[in-house]
Write a protein that binds this ligand. Structure first.
Ligand code: AMP
Length: 258
């Protein structure tokens, strides 16, 4: 059983890299932001509580986040382990997590703020199937339309200059102390997030010592990572579960937009 945390600023590729790892190692990908997005899109009570906070790029309160994470992990559908993305994001969340779960490693995707802005502001998402696009690196064939289903491409509500500035500020203020805490336990594997997704994935596998697999990205893992926010595509599969839709968390093919 392997339990990993993946950290990195918005746009560093957490969702993509988690989905690629999940595909080859049967890990359940738990993306906390996707769970919240699923609730917002499905107009649940929890969605109503977090919608404005998310749109402003602020962090949801710790009690609520911890409840969602606890409920999700208590589903125990992660026989071979999990990779959790977007959590913990501050010292208190990290302490909660470390008290409850042993972890095998923290993958930190390192990306300079200038590159974050470039990536995030060019990100688009299919409003119908959730496929992720980037107007720089992964343009749709027809402008504004999804290559897969023809749905309209939209910008994530929190991918604005203002919300991004707030998220970057929050990240540096609150998430860096989390990294320091994990570093003291020697859990942290820093990976340069600037290269292409396969190169980053190989580096992650090498750093984690995943069984000679640095060279062997499966076709499945290479084709994942562009499907975004399971909130749209797979959230409903978990809609009835404990009030915390897993939002694609369990499905190897559903990366998040991180
Ligand atoms: P993400 O997709 O990880 O960027 O998360 C989207 C939004 O969900 C964040 O901007 C927060 O509003 C909320 N969120 C996700 N994870 C957390 C967390 N661990 N703590 C607080 N808020 C979170």
């Amino acid at each position: 059983m392997r339990k990993f945390v993946i950290m990195g600023v918005q746009g560093s590729g957490k969702g993509t890299q988690s989905a690629m790892l999940s595909a080859d190692f049967d890990l359940v990908h738990i993306a906390v932001g996707d769970i919240f997005r699923w609730h917002v899109q499905n107009h649940t009570k929890l969605g109503a509580q977090v919608r404005r906070i998310m749109a402003a790029g602020e962090l949801v309160g710790d009690d609520l986040v911890e409840r969602v994470v606890r409920d999700r992990l208590e589903q125990h559908d992660w026989n071979y382990g999990f990779i959790i993305d977007g959590f913990p994001r501050n010292g208190r969340q990290a302490e909660f997590f470390l008290e409850s779960y042993d972890i095998d490693g923290v993958i930190y995707l390192d990306l300079p703020d200038s590159e974050v802005r470039r990536r995030v502001l060019s990100r688009r998402l299919c409003s119908r199937c959730g496929m992720d696009y980037n107007l720089i690196a992964h343009r749709p064939k027809a402008e504004g339309r999804c290559d897969v289903c023809g749905g309209a491409l939209v910008t994530r509500e929190d991918d604005t200059e203002e919300a991004l500035a707030a998220r970057l500020r929050d990240f540096h203020e609150k998430t860096n102390p989390v990294l320091d805490l994990f570093r003291r336990k020697e859990y942290v594997f820093v990976v340069d997030a600037r290269p292409g997704k396969e190169t980053v994935q190989r580096a992650i596998r090498e750093r984690l010592g995943l069984c000679g697999s640095a060279e062997s990205l499966s076709a499945e893992s290479m084709s994942t990572g562009s499907m975004s926010t399971g909130s749209i595509t797979t959230g409903s599969a978990n809609a009835g579960s404990a009030g915390a839709g897993s939002a694609g968390a369990g499905s190897a093919g559903a990366g998040s937009a991180g």
